[in-house]
Write a protein that binds this ligand. Structure first.
Ligand code: NAD
Length: 360
């Protein structure tokens, strides 16, 4: 069977790392047909918008996309192209597995955490009001008249929104993921002691959903306490489910625990569409230098192969990455204990080594 996949090379280092990933995925022998779609800075130049409709149409048709990081061009009218894409396709899950690979210089070994971040609401809805606008002044007046403690005249506002329905579906996803992937525990992360209505609703809804999964342990933890635990004993955590903002921050923290962004894959998933992309951004200062680590996109490709039911091929790519990282020879600068190590190789040499390893 041939899988047709929308391929978005993205900006900055995106084209290099997605090209490297296409080479590795094709070397598995799985039949993949790529439909190229341009979003981001390149698309802005070609089509006058960083998110042309044809890109969304292609993803809707194929249901699966592999995406490089995208820069949001200044003055494009988008707060973020990435957020707009997730919103347009209702990709409500941001899945970010963070797993230690032996040989990577990192603060901890044996980390195996899956971050499940809610992707559609919270402070990322973009509901913001500036002071000295009609809306900003109306809101300040409403808050002051409602009896809340004084809001200062020079305040701006960003509104945090958490709904029961969006929480239910993300927590349900976390438990279904735990069940399907033989995980033991789901931890809901919140700040309900302070944010009683928003995070309070997240927590109570999560606890309700947990009752339908008696085979999976459920616990909850306050986000600041979680950060301390992650730095000291990350091994105690398994699947974490978080509202959007905490999820964004904690997934980078977890990437740091396993040795950095070069090994942190991700996926944005909706009911019937999935877009696979690394956690890292377009790192413009390294663009075109054959320098950065392609493994985060490759591991996103591994997630994609599993999603497509190509488990054996996915295992083969992940095994090759594990071996190449453990040998520590054909790896990029970020995988070396000394980042200036002159024996670090480039993106294309890592790719050659992985393809060679898959043949052995
Ligand atoms: P970044 O992740 O692009 O880069 C931060 C630093 O991380 C780099 O300077 C580099 O040292 C390191 N790094 C990142 N990827 C690496 C790799 N593959 N190998 C080795 N080292 C790597 O973050 P940034 O500089 O904050 O963002 C740059 C642009 O990317 C911004 O325009 C931002 O909006 C965008 N961005 C896009 C996405 C996305 O498309 N999903 C995600 C994050 C940031």
């Amino acid at each position: 069977m041939t899988h047709t996949i929308t391929l978005i090379p993205g900006d900055g280092i995106g084209p290099e790392v997605t090209h490297a990933t296409v080479r590795v995925l094709e070397a598995t022998g799985v039949k993949l047909q790529w439909e190229l779609a341009y979003a981001g800075e390149g698309a802005q130049d070609m089509h006058g918008t960083p998110l042309p409709t044809y890109v969304l149409d292609s993803i809707r048709k194929n249901k699966v996309a592999l995406k490089g990081p995208i820069t949001t061009p200044v003055g494009s009218g988008f707060r973020s192209v990435n957020v707009a894409l997730r919103k347009a396709l209702d990709l409500y899950v941001c899945l970010r597995p963070c797993k230690s690979y032996p040989g990577v210089p990192s603060p901890h070994q044996d980390v195996d955490i899956v971050v499940v971040r809610e992707n559609t609401e919270d402070l990322y809805m973009g509901i913001e009001y500036e002071r000295e606008t009609v809306e900003g002044e109306m809101l300040a007046r409403f808050i002051n008249e409602s009896g809340a403690d004084g809001v200062r005249d020079d305040s701006n506002f960003s509104i945090k929104v958490i709904s029961e329905s969006a929480t239910r579906r993300i927590v349900k996803y976390a438990f279904d993921y735990a069940r399907a992937n033989n995980r033991k525990k789901v931890t809901a992360v919140h700040k309900a002691n302070i944010l009683k209505y928003t995070d309070g609703l997240f927590l109570s809804t999560a606890a309700k959903v947990a009752r339908d999964y008696p085979d999976i342990e459920f616990e909850s933890v306050i986000v600041d306490s979680l950060c301390m635990q992650l730095v000291r004993t990350p091994q105690r955590h398994d699947v974490l489910v978080l509202p959007n903002l905490y999820g964004d921050i904690v997934s980078e923290l977890c990437a740091g625990l396993i040795g950095g962004l070069g090994l942190a894959p991700g996926a944005n998933i909706g009911d019937d569409i999935a877009v696979f992309e690394p956690t890292h951004g377009s790192a413009p200062k390294y663009a075109g230098q054959n320098k950065v680590n392609p493994m985060a996109v490759m591991l996103s490709g591994v997630l994609m192969l599993r999603h497509l039911g190509e488990k054996e091929a996915a295992d083969r790519v992940e095994r090759a990455i594990t071996q190449v990282v453990a040998e520590g020879k054909s790896v990029t600068y970020d995988m070396k204990p000394d980042r200036n190590d002159p024996t670090a190789v480039g993106t294309s040499q890592v790719t050659d080594a992985l393809i060679q390893k898959m043949k052995e």
